[in-house]
Design a protein around this ligand. Structure first.
Ligand code: GRG
Length: 307
């Protein structure tokens, strides 16, 4: 049985439905490989479709479920955030960054195509994300909402968010970071985009209230960091499983990750503390007549996942 079955009995089915939905919605918004430049369009589809857990779109939809916003209103925001995520992975895999040959078990974009194409894939995905927020179908049509969505995603993606976090990460290679520095890097590199998923859905509520926005903000900050700590922990465990305990742990502990600075057990504790904080924040949603269950189940999934 799913580890979250107790809290949200249909969550596994719900997640599958969201994953299928985002696949369809992304497909409908990507440029056709039948029109020029075909190779770029093909590389875009290769990088976006058919892979990934779709954590970020699921969070957009889960926030919608909590607040009573229909999925059809949120598709554009769910796609936009996944496009930013896909772009970040394509660029992160480039030789100038992580220099990875494989992503999701397949050749990375620059290996399958070429480096110039991979750079353009990232550039194009980023532009498409903002185009969808500015005037794509489905989202609330009020200019103030569109502007807020653009602002939320831009801040989360730029130097105070993901790109800034990536820069901190690159600058940390070969240096010893303090725990506060690692947290700051994680909060920006991964947490900011996760946070944006929740806040963007919140911005689509018919009457966003300040108190609900505060709850969402608190929840989203906590799960953003918890998600990255779990990612680091899974990396260590994966390396240990593949390479053998001593060398695997040593290799993973070389990188400036949460476990490499705080140790494995304190990292688990910190993750569970953040999970508890996220759930505590949600209690206020039920008091306001909203549904905390979808967001509680998302937090359970992100923290308890095994991949
Ligand atoms: C290139 C500007 C720029 C930023 C790159 C996101 C990122 C920043 C780098 C990717 C490398 C990495 C491991 C980042 C941590 C964030 C993270 C956990 C990414 C993987 O996200 P998942 O697990 O991936 O949601 P899937 O494959 O499921 O979509």
């Amino acid at each position: 049985p799913s580890p979250v079955a107790g809290r949200h009995p249909d969550f596994a089915a719900q997640l599958k439905q969201w994953q299928a939905r985002i696949e369809r919605e992304l497909l409908a918004r990507l440029p056709s490989p039948e029109i020029q430049p075909q190779r770029l369009h093909e590389a875009i589809r290769y990088s976006v479709l058919g892979g990934g857990k779709r954590v970020r779109p699921a969070l957009v939809y889960a926030t919608g479920a909590a607040l009573g916003i229909p999925e059809s209103i949120l598709d554009g925001a769910a796609c936009a955030v996944e496009l930013i995520h896909a772009y970040s992975l394509v660029h992160d895999d480039l030789p100038a960054m992580d220099n990875d040959d494989l992503r999701r078990g397949l050749p990375t974009c620059h290996k399958k195509f070429d480096e110039a194409t991979a750079i353009l894939v990232g550039d194009s995905l980023q532009c498409l994300a903002f185009e969808l927020l500015a005037d794509g179908p489905g989202l609330p049509s009020q200019p103030s909402v569109r502007l807020k969505l653009v602002q939320l995603l831009a801040v989360a993606s730029g130097t105070s968010g993901m790109a800034g976090g990536q820069a901190l990460d690159l600058a940390a290679i070969g240096r010893k970071l303090s725990l506060a520095e690692v947290e700051e890097m994680h909060v920006r590199k991964t947490g900011a985009l996760i946070h944006a998923c929740v806040m963007m859905a919140g911005a689509c509520a018919p009457q966003p209230s300040e108190s609900v926005t505060r709850v969402l903000d608190e929840y989203a900050r906590a799960i953003g960091l918890a998600f990255q700590i779990q990612d680091d922990l899974l990396d260590v465990e994966g390396d240990v499983a593949v390479i053998g305990k001593a060398t695997g742990a040593d290799k993973a502990l070389d990188k400036p990750t949460y476990p490499s600075v705080a140790g494995i057990e304190p990292s688990r504790q910190r993750m569970h503390e953040l999970h508890t904080r996220a759930l505590a924040a949600l209690a206020k949603l039920d008091a306001a007549g909203l549904q905390s269950a979808p967001l509680a189940a998302m937090s359970d999934w992100l923290v308890l996942r095994k991949y």
